[in-house]
Design a protein around this ligand. Structure first.
Ligand code: BG6
Length: 522
């Protein structure tokens, strides 16, 4: 028997037994997770080390893993089980959001196994099957299995194919699931082919395509905000909303990921997935209920309402740029093409912005501005919804100067929260108005640290809840919007705008705006 899910006070149910730390979250029960063996392909990679292993540790810390839980790492290099365990420990110590508790950590690592080999070798899957069977035998019952594909995307189809060939895609009396990391294809055609391959082995209900933004508390809160309050929804349409601006700015460069990033670029890396998801959360209709099918049906409808950009439209609705050297985080940093591993003269964009329209009854005519970039002034992910101006200004000329349209800003990270910009009178004898902010800060209100996105996503996948995962038609609808732009940019030999590292981004991005609109300061 394997017991890894020992929360600090022991046993998977420990989180419930402990006195609640925070009165605002009291009464929240953890949803039970059935006994599961989780297999991570690409177990020694960056994502596994930085995100997956620390997430598993934190789940164990909270007593949120199932009582029978096993972890199997699969990767190319030879190593003994103990060596892999030591690597896991090191990664958890370095990247966990909490200081590891020695007992919880030891409990988690105790049953970790490692299988080495190339992902295209059949023998790897045979050895893996033996390990999985041995866990089941010891448990005396077939345990659920979840295969996490955290490898380079080139291997996704290969691994899925081998899992099918070796009979690992189904198990009598147990659930088998496959979790697939991004990028899901690099073009519409590739995404479609990958979907076909995956769905020839697994059923859609078994597939969990990761978009880690969906696991972020604040992204989920957008739905609570819209659909749990009577206040906003009546205004949430073209009659009251003037524009929507979604920003995902990062101050970091590309780090050691040149190999991936130089092929991907900003549009594929962030807009095709995370940012279109944020847009869907702003624009979707209220689902009938919060089941995976209903929520995803509504998101697909939004994506379907965004017209596929034509070659003639693209120069006016999409722009890209690349960072040059500059100053960021208190130090001088090189330009993109000077980064290690970037191809000489690379034209990969590190900044991308779009003006999109959602052509449906609710949103027709409202611009959705979307922008993202590396090496910008700071890290900020936010959605700013600007309302239409009031129809008539009854104040004297001086007072009217300070009146601005209301703006609602949902900050996804950092300083998660919601702020509403209102016009208020400046105290004094004259009627002079200025904007003020009404703020809700997540951290202050709930006094707790939000779990990492991967903690939520891993648990949901093990529970078989696909609400926070991208469905096959959804991922293809995202590509349908982005693919024409990717193609147009690849074929365009024109000059590539540059922006200084650490700056607000390229000036040229202003050209996407409707007259009178502004990009918010980053
Ligand atoms: C990843 C991208 O999907 O998201 C990275 O590949 C990016 O380039 C990251 O840095 C941003 O995630 P987060 O959670 O830090 O906003």
């Amino acid at each position: 028997m394997a017991v890894v899910a020992t929360g600090r006070s022991g046993g998977a149910g420990s989180a419930l037994e402990r006195a609640p730390e925070n009165p605002l979250t009291a009464g929240l029960e953890r949803l039970p997770v059935p006994p599961t063996t989780l297999v991570i392909f690409g177990a020694t990679g960056d994502l596994a080390r930085r995100k997956l292993l620390p997430a598993l540790y934190n789940l164990a810390h909270d007593g949120a893993l199932p009582e029978r839980f096993h972890l199997v790492g699969v990767a190319r290099r030879e190593r003994a089980h103990e060596d892999y365990r030591a690597e896991c420990e090191q990664a958890i110590r370095r990247f966990s959001r909490r200081e590891p508790d020695p007992d919880v950590l030891a409990g988690l690592l105790e049953q970790v196994k490692y299988v080495s080999g190339r992902f295209d070798e059949e023998s790897v899957y045979e050895r893996l099957a033996q390990v999985l069977d041995s866990f089941d035998e010891r448990a005396g019952e077939p345990l659920n299995r979840a295969f996490y594909l955290s490898t380079a995307p080139d291997f996704f189809a290969t691994i899925v194919g081998h899992l099918g060939d070796c009979g690992l895609s189904r198990r009598a009396e147990a659930e088998v699931r496959v979790i697939i990391e991004k990028p899901f294809g690099t073009t519409l055609e590739e995404a479609h082919a990958l979907n076909r391959r995956v769905l020839s082995v697994f059923s859609e209900a078994q597939v969990f395509r990761i978009d880690h933004y969906l696991g972020k508390e604040t992204v989920q809160n957008m739905l609570a905000f819209r659909f749990a309050n009577g206040m906003f929804e009546p205004l949430w349409n073209r009659n009251y909303i003037d524009s929507v601006q979604i920003t995902a700015a990062e101050d970091i460069g590309i780090g050691t990921r040149a190999g991936y990033y130089d092929e991907a670029g900003a549009l594929r890396d962030l807009i095709q997935n995370h940012m279109l998801q944020l847009l869907c959360h702003v624009a979707m209709e209220p689902p009938v209920n919060f089941t995976a099918e209903e929520v995803r049906n509504e998101k697909v409808k939004v994506l379907d309402a965004i017209p596929e950009p034509t070659p003639e439209e693209i120069p006016g609705m999409a722009m890209r740029a690349q960072y040059s050297s500059g100053h960021s985080g208190g130090e001088d940093v090189p330009g993109y093409t000077e980064e290690e591993g970037v191809a000489e003269g690379s034209r990969t964009e590190t900044f991308a912005a779009l003006r999109l329209e959602v052509d449906n009854w609710r949103w027709a005519g409202v611009p959705f501005y979307v922008r993202t970039g590396k090496r910008l002034a700071r890290k900020i992910t936010e959605i700013a919804v600007t309302l239409k101006p009031v129809p008539h200004l009854a104040f004297s000329q001086d007072g009217s100067l300070g009146v601005r349209p209301n703006q609602l800003v949902l900050t996804v990270q950092p300083n998660e929260g919601v702020s509403l910009q209102l016009g208020a009178k400046i105290p004094g004898t004259r009627m002079v108005i200025r904007p003020v902010n009404m703020e809700f800060l997540y951290g202050a209100a709930f006094m707790s640290q939000s779990p990492e996105a991967y903690e939520r996503l891993i648990t949901d996948a093990m529970r078989g809840d696909a609400t926070l995962f991208t469905r096959n038609d959804e991922v293809e609808a995202q590509w349908r919007i982005c693919d024409p732009i990717v193609q147009a940019w690849a074929a365009d030999p024109g000059p590539l705008p540059l922006y200084e590292a650490g700056s607000q981004g390229p000036e040229e991005v202003g050209a996407l705006l409707r007259r009178g609109d502004h990009w918010r300061a980053i």
